[in-house]
Write a protein that binds this ligand. Sequence first.
Ligand SMILES: [Zn+2]
Length: 490
Amino acid sequence: MNSRSNLKIYNTLTRKTELFEPIHPPFVGMYVCGPTVYSNVHLGNVRTFTSFDVIFRYLQHLGYKVRYVRNVTDAGHLESDADVGEDKIGKKARLEQLEPMEIVQRYTVDFRNVMALFNNLPPSIEPTATGHIIEQIEMTKQILNNGYAYESNGTIYFDVEKFAKEYPYTELSGRNLDELLNNTRDLGGQDDKKGRLDFALWIKAKPEHLMRWPSPWGEGFPGWHLECSAMSAKYLGNQFDIHGGGLDLVPTHHTNEIAQNIACHHEKPVNYWIHTNMLTVNGQKMSKSLGNSFLPHELITGSHPLLDRGYSPMTVRFFMLQAHYRSTLDFSNEALQAAEKGFQRLMNAVALLPKLQAGTQSTLKVADLEDSVYEALNDDFNTPIAIAALFEGVRMINTLNDGKASLIQEDLDKLKALFQAIVFDVLGLKEENQADNSKVDGLMQLILDQRAAAKARRDFASSDQIRDHLKAIGIEVKDGKEGSTYSFIN
Ligand SMILES: [Zn+2]
C-alpha cells in the first residue's frame, strides 16, 4: 500500500470528514447509482460520474484494488419517486412506438459514448435492473419474511413506520422523522399503502404496463430503490466501503436503499456515503424548465443559445475538476474560457517535460510540490486545490525550461512521474491534439494534392503561391521524389 494513503472522506452519513479505512484492504467496494436510460445523459450526470471516476482512479493510484459497480436502470423507475406515474422507459417506448428494450439500448449506448468522450473509465461491473429480477424478488421475499413489508393488492410495500421504530430511518438525510410522518397523511393517490412514507418493493403491473415479470405476487416489476440494494449486495457483499450518487438521491433513494438492506440483512450496508453537488448556469439552478440546461454534445459544439461557442471534452473535464465535487459547479462562458486557457497552459508545460535536462543541483523543491498535491487529494479528493498545486509545478517547468532553475536527475524524474500520475492517471485528462493532428494532416494532404495538380498542369504561379502562403503561416513544404511533405516551423 502506498504510504500516502492517508485519505480522508466526507461521509454524508456522519456529516464528518473521516479517515478512510476499507473493510478488507487492499480491496475496496464502491457502488454508484447509474443512469436511467430513457433519454440522453444530462450534464449533471456527467459531472457526478466524472467525480466518481476521479475517486475510482485515485483509489487505484493509492494501490487499492477497487471493484466499482455502477448500475444501469433499465426498468422500474417511475416518473415520480413516490412510485406513481408511468414507467420512464415504458412511456418513451410508447411515444416512439418502440420496444422498451430499444429505448434502453439506444440510451445505454449514448451514455457509454459520452462517458468515453470525457475519458471516464468503465466501471468493473455495470449490472442492469432487468438482469437482476430474481435477486430483487428474493430480497422482497426476505424483507417480507423479516416483517418489514406487507402485500396489498399484488404490490409489496416497505413498512417505514415499523422499520423506523427499530432503526434510524432518516439517519442519512438528517431529516426529522416525526415531521415527515406527521406532515400529512395523504397517501399520494395510493390507497393501498398503510403509511405515507411507505414505498414499493414490488409493483403490480397494470394491464398497459409493458415491462413485467412473474412473481409470487402476480405479474409486476421491481420498485426503483430495490435494484441498487439487490445488486450492491450481490456484487459487493452485505457490507461494503463506499456508496455514491448525486446529492438529490439522499432523502428518498439512498434512504430507502439503506432501509431495505438493513431490513433484509440486519446489517448497515455502507461505511462511507459520498454525494456530488448540483450544476448551476450563470448562478441559476440548471433545469429544463428554465431553458438553461444543455446536453454534453451542445456544450462541445456550442449549439445552445447560452453558449458563445463550443469547448473540447477535456476542457469541460478540467473545468469540472476545478470545483470540489461537494460544491455546486457554475457554468458560464467566462469560466469555460478561463478553463480552456488553464488546461492549455497545463498541457503546454506537460509537453515541455521530456525536453528538460537534469543539472548538477536542485534549486526547486519537488518534494514540497508532491506533498501539496497529495495533501489536497487526500483531503476528500480536493481536485481544485490539487490543480492549483499542479500550477506551481507548471511554473517550475517553465522556469526550468528557461534555464533559470535546475534539478538533479532524481528530482527531475520525480517531477515527471508526478505529472504523469496526477494529470493523466488520477485526473484522467489527456492530450487532445492527436485528434486535431489527424484533421490537420487530412487538410494538409488536400492542400498538397491541389498543389501537385497545379504543378501537373504547369500552373507554377499557383503552386508557388500555395507554398509561400503555407510558409507565411509556419508550415514548410519540401518537394521530394516521393512527392511533397510538410513540417511545422517556429
Ligand atoms: Zn441507486
